[in-house]
Design a protein around this ligand. Sequence first.
Ligand SMILES: Nc1ncnc2c1ncn2[C@@H]1O[C@H](COP(=O)(O)OP(=O)(O)OP(=O)(O)O)[C@@H](O)[C@H]1O
Ligand SMILES: [Mg+2]
Length: 248
Amino acid sequence: MNRRLVEVGAIAKTFYSDWGKVEALKKISFCCSKSEFVSILGPSGCGKTTLLRIIAGLEEPSSGEVLFAGNEIKGPGPERAVVFQEPRLFPWLTVEENASLGISGKKRRSDLEKIVNRTLDLVGLTPFRKAYPHELSGGMAQRAAIARALAFEPEALLLDEPFSALDAQTRTRLQEELMDLWRKTEKTIILVTHDIEEALMLSQRILIMSPSPGTVKETVEVPISYPRRRDSSEFIHLKKYILGRIIS
Ligand SMILES: Nc1ncnc2c1ncn2[C@@H]1O[C@H](COP(=O)(O)OP(=O)(O)OP(=O)(O)O)[C@@H](O)[C@H]1O
Ligand SMILES: [Mg+2]
């Protein structure tokens, strides 16, 4: 059985704008297996979001191709759900309405209810299902955005710096929750981050990107067993190594 879910084959992306040409991505190739947790790590402007948007089908590569479960990606699809840095909830809809929005009309009412119940439960928002976005904290709003993504019952979750706008304590808690969610659901997760510790706490493999043009400089396997500790010697050792690779 082919366990490769995402296959990125020599993609490039060049943007042309009024101020000139930007080579956002050049010759990027990697694969991601089913149920794998991969992080894409790199400094601002190295093309992380562009790469994730291409996998999401929101952007087309200038050359190369991306396959999902063996098929070329031609646009967005429910099998690839995206969570952005800001939660992007509809302010006039409740948490449960926001969560069910993408799938209402596509599922039977009883199925819809079951899916929304399960996803809200997974992100710990069941008590707040009737709340409106302005009644939520930043962390809760981001959980609601994750619930909306999960409601699609995607095979892969694509996360673009989902916790970077949160305070350190909330970020740590949501990282732990994401870890739980991954273990319970065995979804394939691709996480974009510029936080080395976040990538090291969560992922099995880290793609280190470098800018101008955006390329994958190195792929680092993280052989540390879960749950991981930030103060373990192997964690600290890998963190130093990755930091060195990013700034060199
Ligand atoms: N729509 C666009 N039009 C023109 N240039 C773009 C566009 N989107 C991205 N770029 C350029 O492509 C490069 C990569 O941008 P991208 O947003 O992918 O980086 P990033 O790694 O996600 O950065 P950050 O960590 O700040 O979010 C940047 O130089 C950016 O200016
Ligand atoms: Mg970005």
